[in-house]
Design a protein around this ligand. Structure first.
Ligand code: ADP
Length: 395
């Protein structure tokens, strides 16, 4: 039985049809540049990429085209459910949920916390419900996995009333990925389900780390929003919040402009001045570009500090897990981070590190050494499909 996985963003809609029991992905694709004359639908079936223009299409036309494509491929009937990625579930969701009217009302209440992401997620849910009547809709929240954090980890040391009044607390993101790779890592590292201490490092365009003890998230680097934590492609990660007022005053610009720059012009892009893409930064650093080298070094330094910090809630470290485009492919980042964490006992095996790229999973530390560092490719779509099948199957 198949599940349609939908991830509706502000100008794109990613989709995949997956059989969670066999893990087979029958089709995957993206409708992108929505709302512009260059809008298109790009998809992949059996390894073959195809594309067609959807000039001027918004979300509705795009999702109609996706459903039309699924019909053409014979995949629209007998869908077990539609699994939606929902970015911000606030404190309201600690797991995936069938999207009943009551649940949808709660997702709407989370809009102030995720003003950029939740509205397009909700558009996707509404359209999928209309276009695929009778098919159960399930919400899978980026924040849910981190709801097991204790108050000491999620409470910011700010005026206490802000938490109840404005929802100011740590929520954490990338939960679906952290949950998926932490689970897979048990197999790769040979760890017991009931007693393990893992740090997961999800390193894509956005980057976050989580401390996972016995399958539960105890702390994570992202906070109220995905801006906090380690350095990312275009986001600064944690910085002194007084920078915002200081630079706004210096530029005589509103603070939201500076905040925007911390989100969109900082990180690897801001420091290197070249790119938010780790491949470009690594290449330039190797060619002697000083700011690219500094960007790479800060990225790895900040990451190693964050990983070491997450050993505090765990009490010990059994495994460090790398995932996301950078974590799965950058042998240089992994070597630099593991090297800085040698004091924890991590010992890189350079040959294994070189081998675990392009979707391969396995250890990158010396055989028998503890803790281990392992690479586990993430698969958020499969995790969403598995949750959806379970919840829709129960309904
Ligand atoms: P997203 O968060 O958008 O899903 P990805 O998980 O695909 O992004 O990660 C994108 C990042 O992975 C980019 O910074 C890209 O440069 C990096 N990346 C992909 N392949 C490599 C590689 N071979 N070496 C270094 N970085 C890589």
């Amino acid at each position: 039985m198949n599940v349609l996985v939908l991830n509706c963003g502000s100008s794109s809609a990613k989709f995949a049809v997956i059989d969670p029991s066999t893990k087979a992905e029958h089709v995957s694709g993206i409708a992108q540049r929505l709302g512009s004359s260059e809008a298109s639908l790009d998809w992949k079936v059996n390894g073959t990429k195809q594309s067609r223009p959807l000039p001027g299409a918004g979300h509705e036309a795009a999702l109609r085209a996706v459903v039309g494509l699924l019909k053409d491929l014979g995949l629209a009937d007998a869908l077990l459910g539609v699994g939606h990625r929902v970015v911000h579930g606030g404190s309201k969701f600690s797991g995936s949920m069938a999207l009943t009217p009551e649940v949808l009302a709660k997702v709407e209440e989370c809009i102030p916390l995720g003003p950029l992401h939740n509205p397009p997620n909700l558009v996707g849910i509404r359209l999928a419900t209309e276009l695929l009547p009778g098919v159960p809709q399930v919400g899978v929240f980026d924040t849910a996995f981190h709801q097991t954090m204790p108050a000491v980890a999620f409470t910011y040391p700010v005026p206490f009333e802000w938490q109840d009044a404005y929802g100011v607390r740590r929520y954490g993101f990338h939960g679906t990925s952290h949950r998926f790779v932490a689970r897979q890592a048990l197999l790769v590292a040979g760890l017991p389900e009931r007693d393990h201490a893992i740090v997961t490092a999800h390193l894509g365009n956005g980057c976050s780390c989580a401390a996972v003890r016995d399958g539960r998230s105890l702390d994570t680097t992202m906070g109220l929003t995905p801006l906090e934590g380690v350095m990312m492609g275009t986001r600064s990660g944690s910085v002194d919040p007084a920078i915002i007022g200081h630079v706004a005053a210096a530029l005589d610009q509103p603070e939201r402009k500076v905040l925007d720059a911390l989100n969109k012009q900082s990180g690897l892009l801001g420091v290197s001045g070249l790119s938010n893409d780790m491949r470009t930064v690594e290449e330039a650093a190797a060619n002697g570009h000083p700011r690219a080298k500094l960007a790479f070094d800060i990225f790895c330094y900040v990451l190693a500090k964050a990983i070491a910090g997450l050993v505090v809630p765990l009490g010990r470290l059994d495994a460090l897990v790398f995932t996301g485009g950078i974590g799965e492919n950058s042998t240089a980042v992994r070597a630099a981070v593991v090297g800085r964490l040698a004091f924890l006992g991590l010992a890189l095996d350079p040959a294994l590190n070189a081998a675990q790229v392009r979707g391969r999973s396995g250890p990158i530390t010396r055989a028998g050494a503890t803790p281990q560092a392992v690479v586990v490719p993430t698969n958020e779509e499969l995790m969403i499909a598995m949750d959806t099948a379970e919840i829709a199957g129960r309904a």
